[in-house]
Design a protein around this ligand. Sequence first.
Ligand SMILES: [Zn+2]
Length: 301
Amino acid sequence: MLWSLHEAWGARMRIWISYLLWPGLMLAACTGNYYAMQTDVPMLWLNVNYFSLAFVILALERVIPHERAWLANDGQIVPDLGHTLLSKASVQALIIAPAAMGAASVSDLSPATWWPDQWPLVFQILLALSIAEIGFYAVHRLGHEWPLLWRFHAVHHSVTRLWLVNTGRFHFIDTLVKVVAGVAIAILIGAPKDMIVWVSAITGFIGFLTHANVEMRGGWLNYVFNTPDLHRWHHSMIPAEGNRNYGENLMFMDQLLGTFFLPARRRPPVDIGIRDPMPPTLLQQILWPFRTRQLTPPQDA
Ligand SMILES: [Zn+2]
């Protein structure tokens, strides 16, 4: 009797924790980001903050995994980290490019001067995230619907489990297309450099959390932000489930364009991945989009 009470209490605690984790971790990461930006060496502290979140998630994956089967090694750690590093290097090269053109940052290339920098910081961040989302959504959806881009995006979708380490597993061309779209929008709207830092940081935090194999429930937040609940469906092998939830950080584009997907049934789509075979090594995966013949994006039935 006492034991079953104890078990019931444990289960209830677990549910509470699963609801608190996503907002708690996001709040902690954003607070860390805010203070990092106030220091004399923001790049150092931004990275400390970013990697702290990664280590906390890695630990939580062991303690309260969402899917036990996803703890097993899939033999893809080296390619996962390799794609992550290559993607980061490509983005760095893009960031250096404006400096070579004589601008301190991409935001200095913009002719626009309308940014409401008198607004409270939270509202400015929400505005920047919303504008960026239009570009992120468009590129992500194209990545699923345009065969040429799907070849590259398929590398990310070829994983058979979701966990922190494959968050950044993107073919570097896939990353470049996304970042070029984001940078182009930033230049067009004239967002200040701080806003670009905030959008990049939040995109990083949300990316970690959506791929984390941690039992987290989004609740009402699922309707506003991109959460693990939503993104796991996006990785489903079934096209009618996977060609949904394209949002990067916010879900309003999916809500507006009818691609929002949050069914009440079975919460994790365990069968994640793609139908086409993906070669196992990093080099093969980098070359794969150029070599593979007749690869069509998954179509809804
Ligand atoms: Zn996708």
